[in-house]
Design a protein around this ligand. Structure first.
Ligand SMILES: Nc1ncnc2c1ncn2[C@@H]1O[C@H](COP(=O)(O)OP(=O)(O)OP(=O)(O)O)[C@@H](O)[C@H]1O
Ligand SMILES: [Mg+2]
Length: 174
């Protein structure tokens, strides 16, 4: 089973993904640290490292799925190309695909969390609230079948909801 997180920066994806990863248990492959690693290794920021990080995570996720294990991919996934990439990977590897969107229903809380979090990714620019707002439509217009979690609830509660959803949705995944 390929589990794909999505949601705006600061919405709370990584918090839920990590809690879910501990409980399943399953590895969490997060795209941002992969891009930060490329920069650390000296790859120029003018190169398409954002796209490359998605492609690297796809390759690693494919290896884990080939072992018959579950994997969680943690990325914003607001671009249709990114979403298509996970659909293709699931199809190619014969895995069930489960989409989980994390949103924060209180904009003030979301904004405070975005400003306050520290990820320990050296040199990784933190997105501004304005840039987050500009990406919101990619989620309100998204029609795919998915579990939507509100990060006003705790990551532990949301991971429990996600686990119940993964156990009861669909048929083929394991
Ligand atoms: N349910 C929650 N309750 C309290 N704090 C939370 C909750 N979810 C996330 N946070 C905090 O809010 C901040 C943003 O959360 P997180 O890093 O999980 O967002 P994200 O969606 O992964 O963002 P990005 O796309 O930029 O990686 C973090 O400091 C995190 O600890
Ligand atoms: Mg994150």
């Amino acid at each position: 089973m390929l589990i794909v997180m999505s949601g705006l920066p600061g919405a709370g994806k990584s918090a839920v993904a990590e809690e879910l990863g501990r409980r399943i248990p399953a590895p969490v492959l997060s795209v941002d640290p992969v891009e930060a690693a490329m920069w650390r290794a000296g790859i120029d920021r003018g190169q398409p490292t954002g796209l490359a990080a998605y492609v690297v995570v796809e390759a690693l996720a494919g290896e884990i799925l080939a072992l018959g294990q579950r994997v969680i991919v943690d990325a914003v996934n607001d671009a249709e190309e990114a979403r298509e990439q996970w659909r293709t990977l699931a199809r190619r590897s014969g895995s069930a695909l489960r989409l989980i969107e994390v949103m924060c229903s209180d904009p003030d809380v979301h904004r405070r969390r975005l400003a306050g979090r520290r990820r320990g990714l050296d040199c990784f620019p933190e997105p501004t609230w304005a840039s987050v707002q500009a990406r919101r439509a990619a989620f309100t217009n998204w029609r795919a079948d998915r579990l939507v979690l509100d990060s006003i609830a705790s990551p532990a509660d949301n991971a429990r909801t996600a686990l119940a959803h993964l156990e009861h949705s669909g048929h083929s995944g394991h």
